[in-house]
Design a protein around this ligand. Structure first.
Ligand code: ADE
Length: 256
């Protein structure tokens, strides 16, 4: 996968892509980051990227021209790369999501991360100042995403959040030992509690069932714990979770 990021602060991305799973994915050529500075697509002496809004109002808006040109440059570079490339370059350029990070976007979630992880290319635009000229929304971007109901000073941290959540879902990025299938939210529920050695620490013992070696009972315990934890912390998730009749009955018992 190629991830193109358009930003006014390219240096912010250096650290996140230089360690951990993102770095490993880059080293394994499973993902390539292409980070470009929106300011490089200005043509005036002062490299102006923003201007005041027509009709008045507080703050400055990102101008449309450098953003359109930076996206066009990214699209022109969309080329066969890595194993993720499954379409012709023309088709890839036309079907590539062009995502504006903005608090006005749809709320990011694990299903959205999974959907985006299936694309061979993504273009992420980091908004700034009070916002962007509306024509970017109307005529350039194909999607707008928010990472939560709060306002950050720019789209850079949200773009990193998306990149991290998406890249770890690309097949081959995580080893089988840290596979994402049991992750909180992948199952539609929060993850069950987990323990490692020692079996007793400061009088606190690991639940006996986990030491029993009975895999069927352990799997059942995991499922029950995930359900009770989700019920306690995020009951809103249970409405959408895929539960069988027995599990629904367990919820009713726990509620009582
Ligand atoms: N830019 C500023 N705040 C944001 C948010 N919550 N999500 C995405 N982009 C943003």
């Amino acid at each position: 996968m190629q991830i193109h990021i358009l930003t006014l602060f390219p240096q912010m991305f250096q650290s996140p892509i230089s360690s951990g799973i993102l770095k490993r994915a880059i080293d394994q050529k499973l993902v390539e980051f292409n980070i470009r500075n929106i300011r490089d697509y200005t043509h005036d002496k002062h490299h102006t990227v923003d201007d005041s809004p027509y009709g008045g109002g507080a703050g400055m808006l990102l101008k449309p021209e450098p953003i359109f040109e930076a996206v066009e440059a990214a699209k022109a570079e969309i080329s066969p790369s890595g194993q993720a490339f499954r379409t012709s370059p023309e088709e890839a350029a036309n079907t590539t999501p062009i995502i504006l990070l903005t608090p006005q976007g749809r709320l990011f979630s694990q299903p959205i991360a999974l959907e985006l992880s299936r694309h061979s290319h993504l273009i992420l635009i980091c908004g700034h100042y009070e916002g962007v000229d509306e024509r970017v929304r109307q005529h350039l971007v194909t999607d707008e995403i928010s990472i939560g109901d709060y306002v950050l000073s720019g789209g850079e941290l949200p773009a990193m959040v998306l990149a991290d959540a998406i890249v770890r879902l690309i097949p081959g990025v995580l080893g089988s030992e840290d596979s994402p299938v049991d992750d909180s939210h992948t199952t539609g529920m929060l993850e069950y509690p987990q323990y490692t050695r020692p079996p007793v620490y400061r009088d606190w013992a690991v639940p006996e069932i986990l030491l029993s070696g009975n895999h069927a009972q352990i799997a059942r315990w995991h499922r029950e714990q995930a359900i009770s934890r989700t019920l306690e912390r995020r009951p809103d998730l249970l409405g959408k979770a895929n539960l069988n009749r027995e599990e629904r009955q367990l919820i009713d018992r726990l509620k009582n």
